[in-house]
Design a protein around this ligand. Structure first.
Ligand SMILES: *Cc1c(COP(=O)(O)O)cnc(C)c1O
Length: 453
């Protein structure tokens, strides 16, 4: 048994299969619905925008899906990622709890998103696609896909939310280094973008608008497909490498978590770390295991939204998915955790939350940054503002354990580093961060536009 601080695996321990939680759900997922016909969508509806291998993974109920050798070979650039025991943070908190964190910031683009971008680029290449179009908010996904396209010799077109394009220029620079073309969305390149610009010429964009543009780009060009960095089942499938490795690492430490914590935007890093553990819960071996999805108070999808059918994008071009949503026209406040500003959520995470298999909690940004700085000062690593939501919740669990004297084991996913988010840290340190109230009126307005199914 190891008592190391940094628990490492070797390259041969990179998982050979992804774990598909669709095999173990308490009930099947509700089908996605065609917005026109209101009938369940089939593979043919998705074929214009996704390669067939991805469409098959989206609906598969096979428990284990083999990871292609070429994908595993590229994973070797940074996987297996380290699992740390946060001894210095534990000491600072003076808690009897053990805190572990899995660190996905070691990937070339600095977050977990490469786990799926590599797989998606691979399947597109296999099926003869020449170009991939996508959206990005703060730029994490755009970077991850630019890198993957560069590796497989594909062109990459990124619609980047305009406010981030101007506020976070260095993520755009990184996408350019990896050879992608990047446009500030809304653009005049698509009908969806032009419509927004006509109505609101000053629009700063949103993830929902950028998705509409990227989907339209793919649907209107034969050689081009679309790629999404979160939310969908195949994305959460690819992210399962996080939790599968963590299980092996905790085995080496002779441990198993009482609670698994991750931040939740579209649900992919949460699903990635939590689902392989939830397999044990759903199969009856670990009935008491808790999993907590942490979201921002400014965009509290799980904790405040209804569970209902809604569009994935603003223009209403995507299939309708059953999920927790704040309404597809909802525009969250400009918090620094750009990757958590999405109106909807993964249908898989949504189902598990509705079935009370998992929990959710939300925090305003100041306590989140307070936790981030505590973490940076004790553990050294500067977390992404998104990941810091998980750290906040892990710290609060550890403090609860201190009060009750419990020797709990807490596992937290550190989805990325914050090296491109230093302006946010400057704002926090200068006392300039605003804690937005829950925008009840804006959500109510947005929910009035949800389609009736
Ligand atoms: C994109 C991103 C997130 C949020 O996306 P999920 O799909 O919910 O994981 C969280 N952390 C980081 C570092 C990100 O880049």
């Amino acid at each position: 048994m190891t008592d190391e601080t940094k628990i490492l695996l070797s390259e041969k321990d990179i998982p050979t299969h992804w774990y598909n939680i669709q095999a173990d759900l308490p009930k099947p997922l509700a089908p996605s619905i065609h917005p026109g016909t209101k009938k369940p969508i089939g593979p043919a509806d998705l074929a214009p925008i996704f390669p067939m291998a991805i469409i098959q993974q989206e609906v598969s109920t096979e428990r284990w899906i083999e990871i292609p050798d070429e994908v595993r070979d590229i994973y070797r650039l940074w996987r297996p990622s380290p699992l740390y025991r946060a001894r210095r943070l534990e000491k600072l908190l003076d808690t009897p709890a053990k805190i572990y964190y899995k660190y996905e910031g070691v990937s070339p683009s600095g977050s977990h998103k490469t786990n799926t971008s590599i797989a998606q680029a691979y399947y597109n290449k296999q099926e003869g696609v020449k170009r991939i179009a996508t959206e990005t908010g703060a730029g994490q996904w755009g970077c991850a896909l630019s890198l993957a396209c560069n590796i497989f010799g594909l062109q990459c077109t990124v619609y980047m939310v305009k406010v981030s394009f101007h506020q976070k220029p260095y993520r755009k620079s990184l996408m350019h280094v990896w050879g992608a073309e990047v446009f500030p969305s809304p653009t005049d390149r698509t009908a969806a973008g032009r419509k927004v610009l006509e109505e609101t010429p000053e629009s700063l964009g949103s993830l929902g608008i950028a998705i509409s543009e990227a989907v339209e780009d793919a649907a209107t060009h034969d050689d081009t497909k679309y790629s999404l960095g979160s939310v969908l089942n195949h994305v959460l499938l690819h992210q399962s490498v996080i939790g599968l490795e963590t299980k092996k690492q905790l085995e080496l430490a002779g441990d198993y978590p009482d609670v698994v914590i991750a931040c939740n935007g579209g649900g992919s890093n949460f699903g990635g770390v939590a689902f392989p553990f939830l397999m044990d819960k759903l199969q009856g071996r670990r009935k008491d295991l808790r999993a907590i999805a942490v979201e921002p108070a400014a965009c509290p999808t799980l904790t405040k939204g209804p569970y209902t059918y809604d569009f994935g994008d603003t223009a209403g071009m995507t299939p309708l998915m059953k999920m927790y949503t704040l309404g597809h026209t909802f525009m969250p406040a400009g918090i620094h955790a750009g990757g958590l500003r999405y109106h909807g959520d993964s249908p898989l995470v949504s189902l598990l939350y509705n079935e009370k298999v998992i929990e959710a909690i939300s925090y305003p940004q100041n306590p989140v940054f307070e936790a981030a700085v505590m973490f940076a000062k004790s553990e050294g690593i500067l977390p992404a503002p998104e990941s810091a939501h998980a750290i906040r919740a892990a710290i609060d669990e550890a403090l609860k354990a201190k009060k009750s004297g419990e020797k709990k084991t807490i596992l937290c996913n550190l989805s990325g580093h914050g090296h491109f988010d230093l302006a946010a840290y400057d704002d926090y340190l200068a006392g300039k961060l605003v804690d937005y109230e829950y925008p009840a009126d804006k959500v109510k307005e947005a929910l009035s536009h949800i389609p009736k199914i």
